[in-house]
Design a protein around this ligand. Structure first.
Ligand code: AMP
Ligand code: ZN
Length: 469
């Protein structure tokens, strides 16, 4: 079977046929570095890593680019509040992001490109759009005129008339001809960073950076573009308009979007106090490999409901796999091969690839391997496994782990999972119940138990937080 992707652009599942069989070119929308990225962001980045690794598994040479957005409204606002320069402020979070990628065993793309390092490329692209009559100026800013680009918003199956009528898209302080027209270049404001360029002073809009950097490193047309579903509109619709508007060529062949992560059934939000960074989970003692496993357990096009229970079970599942691998490596086994078991393992490799080929159905691919491990454990108990089978089974696990990256011990910095997190979360749930029934003696007692575990609990306005003392 061949590799197939669900393509957001066409709404169909399509065979993957790269534009150039010798090099697959792929772009990923990276983080906006104004804070620590959260576990929802990392779901999307792990999905993109699994895609990367599977393309290489299939033998495709890969050229992959990810941007880092290091100038935008939020960054400017928060760097000012922190009393830091744009560069100092964004360096801190860009560095933290790279550390998190390492903890999660996310491979670095061949190019990680910062927006502020590519202003000339963005200016040139805006000039090309101006020359083609796709822009207009207003109060020192430059806008893309979507009415001049037929097919705008196709990727999001947009009803532009509906937008105009409902004016659903926020219209900012600048004068725009259509609510969906968007800024390519923003006029300078006092106290804000700005660049002096051939198109005037100012700073780039967010969308133009991805078009400019993608085309710089990957060419005017390339194979795959990824991001979270929230980016389909307007960000990716705008990337297409900017790039195709300038070149007259198709920008990207396959658009892959990762569905969102929810926490305990709820959308992550500051007001619910359930926005967790990777570091928050590590401080609670959870292992990044277990988190990575949770991500992979649900196919990327489906919503993932993150639960503490699920994370705990993930760690247990990984221990089962590791124990099995250890058994294969250390059990003294008779030479030769049991033919039936050899066939089982061959079928498992095929099943694993079939799952992955099917638009990266990671749940199916993992399921095949887990079932096979269960089966082989039973046969090993009966003394039926032979050395040749162990070798083939180890090869199956190596294939599995070349994509999922969960079997090696976590990298430095990841705290050991000693079951503390589960205990603490259990106690906190009991404490919340005790408080609800106004049994303050019981609640205080639980607080004591938490202290004994060496855990500090904070009641913040965003909810209860805890960490190791
Ligand atoms: P941002 O730094 O906000 O641009 O987000 C970085 C990436 O994370 C983008 O691809 C977003 O689409 C994605 N993302 C944001 N929130 C979530 C979420 N809750 N679940 C999965 N991906 C998300
Ligand atoms: Zn982007």
């Amino acid at each position: 079977m061949s590799l197939r992707f669900q393509n957001t652009l066409t709404g169909r599942r399509e065979d993957f046929v790269p534009l150039d069989a010798h090099l697959v070119r792929m772009y990923t929308c990276g983080p906006t570095v104004y804070n620590y990225a959260h576990i929802g962001n990392y779901r999307t980045f792990v999905f993109q890593d699994i895609l990367r690794r599977y393309l290489k598994y299939k033998g495709y040479p890969l050229l992959h680019v990810m941007n880092i957005t290091d100038v935008d409204d939020k960054i400017i606002r928060d760097s000012k509040a922190a009393g830091l320069s744009l560069r100092q402020f964004t360096d801190k979070y860009a560095q933290a992001f790279l550390e998190d990628l390492a903890s999660l065993r996310i491979e670095l793309p061949e190019h990680v490109a910062r927006a502020t390092g590519h202003i000339p490329e963005m200016v040139q692209l805006i000039q090309r759009l101006e020359a083609r009559g796709l822009t207009y100026r207003s109060d020192g800013s430059i806008y893309f005129r979507i009415a001049a680009f037929p097919g705008y918003g196709k990727i999001a199956r947009l009803d532009l008339e509906g937008i105009r009528a409902g004016a659903r898209v926020e219209v900012d302080e600048y004068e725009k001809e259509h609510p969906s027209d968007f800024a390519l270049w923003k006029a300078p404001k006092p106290g804000e960073p700005s660049w002096d360029t051939a198109i005037g002073p100012g700073r780039p809009g967010w969308h133009i950076e991805c078009s400019a950097m993608a085309m710089k490193y990957l060419g005017e047309s390339f194979d795959i573009h990824t991001g979270g579903t929230d980016l389909v509109f307007p960000h990716h619709a705008n990337e297409i308009a900017q790039s195709e508007g300038a070149t007259g060529k198709p920008f990207v062949k396959y658009w892959l979007h990762c569905e969102h992560l929810m926490v305990e059934g709820k959308k992550m939000s500051k007001s619910l106090g359930n926005v967790y960074s990777l570091r928050d989970l590590q401080e609670k003692g959870y292992r990044p490999d277990a988190i990575r496993y949770v991500y992979a357990s649900v196919p990327y096009r489906k919503q993932l409901n993150f639960t503490w229970d699920g994370l705990q079970q993930a760690a247990a599942s990984l221990d089962r796999l590791r124990n099995f691998r250890l058994r294969l490596q250390t059990d003294p086994l008779p030479e030769g091969e049991n033919e039936t078991l050899a066939a089982t393992i061959r079928a498992a490799v095929a099943g694993f690839e079939e799952g992955m080929d099917d638009d990266l159905n990671t749940a199916a691919a993992m399921g095949v391997v887990f079932e096979t491990v269960r089966d082989l454990n039973i046969h090993a108990d009966k003394g039926e496994l032979r050395a040749g089978n162990a070798k083939a089974a180890l090869d199956l696990l190596t294939r599995f782990d070349s994509i999922f990256q969960v079997l090696e011990p976590s990298v430095a910095g990841a705290a050991a999972d000693d079951g503390l997190a589960a205990k603490v979360d259990g106690l906190l749930a009991r404490r919340a119940e005790a408080r609800k029934r106004r049994d303050f003696a019981a609640a205080d007692g639980i607080r004591g138990e938490l202290q004994a575990l060496g855990v500090v609990v904070e009641d913040t306005k965003d909810g209860v937080r805890w960490k190791r003392a």
